[in-house]
Design a protein around this ligand. Structure first.
Ligand code: 9J3
Ligand code: ZN
Length: 296
């Protein structure tokens, strides 16, 4: 057996340095590949269809009522929030009801969204007859109250806020993001607004319409709203199949699944939810059609 002389010291050093360099480069590359995006706030387990289709997400929640007498600019409401304080702050979302309705009409969705890791303020409006522009201002006043004065303000990340609403509250959702581009996500639900064009919106927006809506028909509301949003914007349009204007007022698996996914994707910047939104659902018994500007 031939024997090899010991490797000279300089070569062993050189080899050690090369190995070290390789390890450092691999670690850096690994970090780049596996670390969450710099601006993401990831909460909760990796999402599945089952998780998003269930009536509750992974977080236990509590709730607290805010009296209309204790606030100004909106009509009070109920805040739903994850009970845990061990994950830092969560994103915040304000939710507005439609014409003549109150917060009870959106309570199912507010509670469901909170259980996925958001502080959700389900509001009443100043009067039940308030128009969309007023509802938009009220959503913003509610977010300001939530982040600055509410009893749960320390639980809310004031840099991660979104808005949702039904009908005139959905029209108000468009008004809110048009007025405050720092909002990170919007989900108007069977939205109603006399203003059909929203070219100034910079907030990622998922519009959910209903094919059998005769109060805010998609042809004169949701579709022109969606089309008029900038083509450069992260936006989507989901039309519910066999659904009326009031579909958002009772527990609805499709609305729950895709509105939670949108809020997760854009309020938290959680790209684990991309796979539900891009390419998004095909037509089915519950989805008439889905359009989007993905990839986001
Ligand atoms: O909030 C809504 O349900 C708006 C639909 C509506 O009744 O508009 C008529 C003025
Ligand atoms: Zn249909």
């Amino acid at each position: 057996m031939p024997t090899h002389p010991p490797t000279p010291l300089p070569r062993r050093l050189c080899s050690a340095v090369t190995t070290l360099t390789l390890v450092v480069l691999l670690a850096l590359a690994g970090g780049l590949l596996t670390a969450p995006a710099a601006h993401a706030a990831v909460h909760g387990p990796d999402p599945t269809d089952a998780l998003l289709e269930a009536s509750r997400g992974p977080y236990a929640t509590s709730q607290t009522d805010v009296s209309s007498l204790s606030v100004s600019g909106f009509g009070g409401g109920t805040i739903y929030y994850p009970t845990t304080t061990s994950e830092g702050a969560f994103g915040g979302v304000a939710v507005a009801p439609g014409y003549t309705a109150d917060k009870s009409s959106m309570a199912w969705l507010a509670a469901r969204l909170a259980s996925h890791g958001f502080v959700v303020f389900n509001i009443d409006t100043l009067t039940r007859l308030d128009q969309p522009d007023s509802r938009g201002r009220q959503l913003l006043a509610a977010l300001d109250y939530l982040t600055q004065r509410s009893s749960v303000r320390a639980r809310v990340d004031a840099t991660r806020l979104g808005v949702m609403g039904h009908s005139m509250g959905g029209g108000g959702t468009l008004e809110a993001v048009a007025a405050r581009p720092s909002l990170r996500a919007a989900v108007p639900l069977t939205p109603w607004n006399l203003d059909k064009t929203w070219p100034g919106v910079q907030t990622p927006t998922l519009i959910i319409g209903a094919d059998a809506d005769t109060i805010a028909p998609v042809a004169t509301h949701s579709l022109p709203f969606y089309t008029s949003l900038p083509s450069s914007l992260d936006k989507a349009y989901l039309e519910l199949n066999n659904a009326t204007h009031f579909a958002p007022n009772v527990s609805n698996t499709t609305i729950g699944k895709y509105s939670v996914a949108w809020i997760k994707r854009f309020v938290d910047d959680d790209t684990r939810y991309d796979r539900f939104l891009c390419p998004g659902p095909g037509s089915s018994l519950t989805v008439d059609q889905y359009r989007s500007t993905c990839p986001f």
